[in-house]
Each structure stands twice: as structure tokens, then as C-alpha cells.
Design a protein around this ligand. Structure first.
Ligand SMILES: Nc1ncnc2c1ncn2[C@@H]1O[C@H](COP(=O)(O)OP(=O)(O)O)[C@@H](O)[C@H]1O
Ligand SMILES: [Mg+2]
Length: 223
């Protein structure tokens, strides 16, 4: 369902050029739990941002469900992101003034087709239960632990019913025990909700949850 063909991306800073991605080829099937592992600076964020249409490659193609997303215009890209993709970030990116419920609700407000209010509430409460935050519904992010914040971000990524969830180093700011529980929670949701996950990490201890493991090395992917 996701196919990358010869994706290249070079950053130019003054006179220095950084070839972040030198020709990435990748196929991801529906329901896979894909891990991209690599050290800092190996191009993980660049790769995930390109798959999620937050950034564009210099050359190469990204094809999702037989649609060449490298050809879409700005509006089509925004729609594609809002409807098909959920994002989870290393720094959680929650809105500080919104509580747990409101943070999870937020992506629904950007959807073209609005869900009926009752259905919306049921969906949000179901996700809050699944990520184990029933007692924290009204808490603001600064009243939560790091692991709890990432649980909110996971629920937020899933609330629109995306086909693909992209998680860029989702455990980088968590201690190792919490990192394990967060990745195993993602894996459980991947199985239950049949959502494809692609996550990146530099931490080898969480790669064991992956159904497909790739290493980013010198701007290329090795299986
Ligand atoms: N906006 C940018 N401008 C210039 N160089 C960048 C930019 N973003 C990333 N890079 C460089 O591209 C390489 C890959 O970065 P990145 O994708 O962030 O790696 P990772 O997420 O694995 O740490 C690094 O050498 C980084 O310095
Ligand atoms: Mg990164």
C-alpha cells in the first residue's frame, strides 16, 4: 500500500551539502508494524516527513494506495494528511491549554466530513480507554507523565481512523521501561485496528516489536 521509489533528498546549507537520503526504496503492506532504525542524523525524520507529506523529496516517487502523492497539489496534500495519516512525534506536540479529551478531539476538527457529535464522543472515549487514560480525561499535558503524554498523542493519531500512523522516535524522551510499554501499546493497536505503523528509533531495545525492520545507513535502507 505504500511504495517509495528512489527517494533522494539533499539539504544545502551555504556551501555544504548533506545528502540525507540517497535513493530509498521501500514497500510497506497494510497492517505491517515497520521499524526504521538508525543513529541520530541518519535521515529518519527526513524519511518519515516525506512519507507523511510534511516534506518533499528532490526526486523519486511516493505511492500510497496506487496514488502518486508526489504529484498532489497543496490542497490535495492537506486532505491526504488529514484523512489518511496520523502522526506521533518525539516531543509529543500536545496543546498545553487543552485537556486530554480536547487534544485527542483536535484532528477531528480539521476533517472535511464531520462526525455526528455522539459518535465523535464515543470514538474519543473508546480511544482514551484503550490507551489507559480514563482517569486523566480532564488533565492538561503538564499534569501528565511523559508516558501518559505519548499515550494521548497515540490516541490523537488514531482518532481520525487513518490508514497509516507515522511515529518519529516516539520513545526518545521516555525512560526505557516506559518506551517498551509505549511501543507494545502501538503494536496492540496496530493489530486491533489494522492500522499500518511506521516508527523510527535509535533504540535497539524496541526493535523487537517490529514485523519488518529496516536500518538507515549512509542514506540508504537495508533490511
Ligand atoms: N532542514 C535541514 N537543513 C539542513 N540539513 C538538515 C535539515 N534537516 C536535516 N538535515 C540534515 O540531514 C541529515 C538527516 O537528518 P534527519 O532526517 O533529521 O536525521 P535523524 O532524524 O535520523 O536524526 C542530518 O545530517 C541533518 O543534519
Ligand atoms: Mg529525527
Amino acid at each position: 500500500m505504500i511504495q517509495l521509489r528512489e527517494i533522494k533528498k539533499t539539504y544545502v546549507l551555504g556551501k555544504t551539502k548533506v545528502e540525507a537520503l540517497k535513493g530509498i526504496n521501500l514497500r510497506v503492506k497494510k497492517g505491517e508494524f515497520v521499524c526504521v532504525v538508525g543513529p541520530s542524523g541518519s535521515g529518519k525524520s527526513t524519511l518519515l516527513n516525506i512519507i507523511g507529506c510534511l516534506d518533499q523529496p528532490d526526486s523519486g516517487e511516493v505511492i500510497v494506495d496506487n496514488e502518486k502523492i508526489t504529484n498532489l497539489n497543496r490542497n490535495q496534500l492537506a486532505d491526504f494528511r488529514a484523512n489518511k495519516i496520523g502522526f506521533i512525534f518525539q516531543s509529543f506536540n500536545l496543546i498545553p491549554v487543552l485537556n486530554v479529551y480536547e487534544n485527542i478531539e483536535l484532528p477531528l476538527l480539521f476533517m472535511r466530513e464531520q462526525m455526528p457529535a455522539k459518535e465523535k464522543r464515543a470514538k474519543i472515549m473508546q480511544l482514551i480507554e484503550e490507551v489507559g487514560l480514563k482517569n486523566e480525561v480532564s488533565h492538561k499535558p503538564d499534569e501528565l507523565s511523559g508516558g501518559q503524554r505519548q499515550r494521548v498523542a497515540i490516541a490523537r493519531a488514531l482518532v481520525t481512523g487513518p490508514k497509516i500512523v507515522l511515529a518519529d522516535e516516539p520513545t526518545a524522551n521516555l525512560d526505557s521501561a516506559t518506551a517498551q510499554t509505549i511501543i507494545s501499546l502501538m503494536r496492540r493497536l496496530n493489530e486491533e485496528e489494522k492500522v499500518t505503523f511506521i516508527f523510527s528509533t535509535h533504540d535497539l531495545s524496541v526493535t523487537k516489536y517490529a514485523t519488518n525492520l529496516y536500518q538507515l545507513k549512509d542514506g540508504r535502507l537495508v533490511e
